[in-house]
Design a protein. Structure first.
Ligand code: ADP
Ligand code: MG
Length: 614
């Protein structure tokens, strides 16, 4: 018995009996199908502060002692909880992945994030039985570390002691299921589109096999270090690994942004402003000149339509997919980055991304995980319940193109490869940008062909904007002015004011700042969007409905017999509904009115004209 065990053993037994007696009885009944006793940290804290403090500081020893104590409890049934685990949830030490430091080593920490990768579940040996080939004796060696331990002291058989040769007897060894995960910071916890950081996680036994990429979780565990291996020996650097003790699944739409009562008041007041649409549009990428119609559509995408679950089990997405196609250098990438900043959950990715998972998902043989098959979620999985902004979509991989059909409409991604079968969720809105194949857009050639995307895929976008870079003197000089102003707005100009001989007047600086500053600050805008998406589920009024139906049937009729680049299908009608709902959400209104329908039709018409349907 170790010191920790004897010191805390009695206390732990009392804690279990006082607080978890029913759960222990249930565990005993179900054992070994159920193998874990889940303990709430706050209960332990209530029971004995010293004990709970010890758990945070010396989790390895204390969990060991707790499992030993659990085994010793007298049960009314004839059973021994030999391999039962004690899993503690609600650990208060919540540390962001990027803030993990050496002081957290060996401590109990709680890491929140999204699962990015998960390996296959494979057995790990926990006790190896070495059979001596000379005397036949079995020598048992516990395998606690990463590296396989041999019986260095020699055979333990009577009068043998030989250093081998040995053979590992599989039947006499003990194995446990093991799975490696990689957890990554959730998009909503990243400031201004910075790259997410990730952490490796080891899970064992009943924790394995339940988690797939895209799941939002809190993993409570012990932070361990693992020495890096160099080609010729060991490195002085260590990598961090979390040894999972328990996993808490987070609700799919848990509150990521804290909205205070003051925020709510501000949001409600904004929503009553008759100029709310102009204000919202003016707050999307204010440093980009023009593109009012695109910014309006981006606003609708941020607010999103309402998802519908039909009685027959079918589901119609509420997310609005949008695509910007056009000549290079016209601020497509900038618009994408801005939307990611404004979305409560935005992920930025490029179609030419080097990672194996690409945009959707991939099953890869990962060297990092001893060549185990690993399933890795791509941008659309990581953006679940948010917006995935994908730049350079024309350069995406062929596998992604075919997976996108499912990802955009059913909002799932199926992976079936090498024994891994999984369905990942991708309930996100896609905002794509693509450059035409030949550098410049040719208005007389087919759209699908120019951005090398099949028409079937294009038809899944609710809105496609084609932007042409046609020289226009008046417009060019206005853009030029705007760009130069945004470059010199703010502090820089204020500094210049102080320079002797500066020609920049105070009036000028004020005027510039007005142009460039967003009307609604990004922080409150994100909250406004989150609030609307969470609380507002608008329903369509009769005259709005009729208006959309008339427009749609007219569109179908005019498209008859023509070979349009993007066919008008029932999808367009669904798109019109989504866009109108989003328009109502901007006002936080529970009814979709004729005004919303008209706005939607105006935006849709603009797009269709450019794409070549008219
Ligand atoms: P794209 O992705 O379309 O090739 P970028 O987003 O990289 O283009 O834009 C190139 C540069 O030109 C950016 O720095 C952008 O801010 C600027 N730019 C282009 N059009 C505008 C505009 N209308 N207003 C302000 N800046 C613009
Ligand atoms: Mg670009």
């Amino acid at each position: 018995m170790t010191e920790t065990e004897s010191k805390w053993g009695e206390k732990l037994k009392k804690f279990f009996k006082d607080y978890y007696w029913n759960e222990i009885l249930q565990l005993a009944n179900e054992y070994p199908d159920q193998r874990s006793l889940e303990v709430d940290f706050t209960d332990m804290e209530k029971f004995d502060r010293e004990l709970s403090k010890e758990l945070l500081e010396h989790p390895g020893e204390l969990i060991f002692a707790a499992e030993a104590a659990l085994k010793e409890i007298d049960l009314p049934v004839e059973k021994s909880l030999e391999q039962a685990h004690v899993r503690v949830i609600k650990i208060p030490n919540r540390i962001p992945i990027r803030e993990l430091r050496s002081k957290h080593l060996s401590r109990f920490v709680a890491i929140e994030g999204m699962i990015r990768k998960a390996t296959e579940v494979r057995p790990r040996i926990t006790e190896a039985a070495f059979q001596c080939l000379r005397c036949g004796h079995l020598t048992l060696v516990e395998q606690n570390s990463f590296k396989f331990e041999e019986p260095y002291a020699g055979c333990e058989g009577d009068n043998c002691g030989k250093k081998g040769p040995f053979k590992v007897s599989i039947e006499d060894s003990t194995f446990i299921d093991a799975q490696k995960l990689q957890i990554q910071e959730s998009p909503e916890n990243l400031k201004g589109g910075s790259q997410p950081q990730s952490l490796e996680v080891d899970t064992e036994d009943d924790l394995t096999g339940n988690i797939t990429p895209g799941d939002r979780v809190i993993i409570n565990g012990i932070l361990k270090s693992r020495q890096r291996a160099l080609k010729d020996g060991k490195s002085t650097f260590y990598d961090l690994v979390l040894e999972a003790n328990s996993i808490e699944r987070l609700d799919k739409d848990f509150d990521e942004l804290e909205i205070t009562p003051e925020d709510e008041e501000q949001i409600l007041e904004l929503s009553r402003d008759p100029a709310i649409y102009e204000k919202i549009i003016g707050s999307i990428a204010p440093s980009i000149y023009g593109y009012e119609d695109i910014k309006e559509a981006l606003a609708l995408q941020l607010f999103s339509g309402v998802v519908k679950n039909l009685p027959d089990g079918a589901r119609i997405r509420g997310d609005i997919h949008m695509m910007l196609v056009g000549d290079p250098g016209i601020a497509k990438s900038q618009l994408l980055r801005y939307v990611v900043k404004l979305s409560p959950r935005g992920v930025f990715a490029s179609g030419r991304s080097a990672s194996a998972s690409g945009l959707t998902a991939a099953a890869v043989k990962d060297d990092m995980n001893d060549g185990r098959w690993t399933i890795e979620g791509g941008a659309l999985v990581m953006a679940d319940m948010g917006i995935a902004a994908v730049d350079e979509m024309d350069k995406m991989k062929t596998e992604d193109k075919s997976a996108l059909h499912e990802a955009m409409e059913q909002q799932t991604i199926s992976v079936a490869k090498a024994g891994i079968i999984a369905t990942l969720k991708s309930r996100c809105a896609l905002l794509g940008a693509a450059n035409p194949k030949y550098g410049r857009f040719d208005r007389y050639e087919g759209l699908a062909e120019q951005i090398s995307m099949p028409p079937a895929l294009l038809s899944r976008f609710d809105l496609i904007f084609v932007l042409l870079d046609t020289p226009n003197h008046a417009l060019d000089s206005r853009i030029a002015n705007h760009i130069l102003q945004s470059h010199y707005a703010g502090e820089l100009s204020e500094q210049r004011l102080k320079l002797p001989g500066s020609k920049v007047t105070e009036d000028f600086v004020d005027a510039e700042l007005e142009v460039i500053e967003p009307v609604i600050q990004a922080e409150i805008m994100r909250k406004y969007v989150a609030y609307a998406r969470k609380n507002v589920y608008p329903v369509m009024e009769e005259d709005a409905r009729q208006h959309l139906i008339d427009f749609y049937t007219g569109l179908r009729k005019s498209g008859e017999g023509k070979n349009t680049p993007v066919p008008v299908t029932a999808r367009q009608l669904e798109a019109l509904v989504r866009l109108s709902e989003a328009s109502a959400r901007i006002r936080l209104s529970n009814v979709v009115t004729l005004e919303d329908a008209k706005r939607t039709i105006r935006i849709t018409m603009n797009c269709l004209k450019n794409v070549g349907v008219d």
